[in-house]
Design a protein around this ligand. Structure first.
Ligand code: DX5
Ligand code: ZN
Length: 229
């Protein structure tokens, strides 16, 4: 099948007064994935939004809903997320007392699984759940807020994650990166091995379509260069 490469704009930085229009713009400009940040005020300080918002934006379009649960014990939300229209559910290893079971339950509900790691969490948290993990999310900021600066030390972590997945026999499991990704540092994360690129503020600030084109052109150029090498 091959590894996927996608830009996943995070709606945390959208203008909620114009959310429908902005999602339409994303789709018109070629976006296939939408990153949806669910925060509970416990795992991270802010509360963002949950099932009702997801359910209503599901009514239009065909984007892949990549739901990032920044909540304590996200297993509580599996049924609700599925019913609201989530396609993938990414949970934090730090927030799950029974990560293995939670991943099984996400699969049983018919969604793709993702495991997210905070910047300080070692990769060893993934070792025994790789066979149940459809995507690894490396946080490149401390979660909770859009618009923060990329943590430079995470480039090495992305590289090590990619290597670990390849060596364990999962070359098609993508590494997603989230936090502080902009057009001026996307090359660095692509070269390190990231292939699902979350971006909030750098997509929604200014001309959304121009921003999306800027990002997707960089992804296209990176992949073209890779095929040549
Ligand atoms: C942070 C969220 C991110 C955030 C990214 O906790 O998980 O998805 O929206 O926003 P930017 O791209 O602005 O750092
Ligand atoms: Zn996120």
């Amino acid at each position: 099948m091959g590894r996927i490469y996608e830009l996943a704009p995070s709606i945390l930085s959208a203008d909620f007064l114009k959310l429908g229009d902005q999602l339409e713009t994303l789709e018109r400009c070629g976006v296939k994935w939408l990153h949806i940040d669910v925060m509970d005020g416990q795992f991270v300080p802010p509360v963002s939004f949950g099932e009702p918002v997801i359910r209503s934006i599901r009514k239009e379009g065909s984007l892949f809903f990549d739901c990032h649960l920044m909540t304590e014990e996200p297993a509580r939300f599996i049924a609700g997320m599925k019913e609201a229209g989530a396609n993938g559910m990414t949970v934090h290893a730090e927030a799950c007392r029974h990560l293995d079971r939670t991943l099984e339950e996400i699969h049983s509900a018919g969604m793709k699984t993702g495991v997210a790691l905070n910047p300080a969490t070692p990769l060893s948290a993934l070792t025994y759940v790789l066979d149940k993990t459809d995507m690894v999310l490396i946080m490149t900021v401390n979660p909770g807020y859009g618009g923060q600066a990329y943590i430079r030390g995470m480039t090495r972590k992305i590289r090590e994650t990619r290597r670990m997945l390849d060596e364990a026999g999962y070359p098609d499991v993508p590494v997603e990166v989230d936090g502080g990704i902009r057009q001026d540092n996307i090359d660095e994360v692509l070269e390190a091995g990231a292939s699902v690129i979350v971006s909030g503020s750098a997509v929604f600030k200014g001309d959304i379509c121009a921003n999306v084109r800027g990002f997707t052109e960089k992804i296209r150029a990176f992949r073209a260069a890779q095929k040549l090498s």
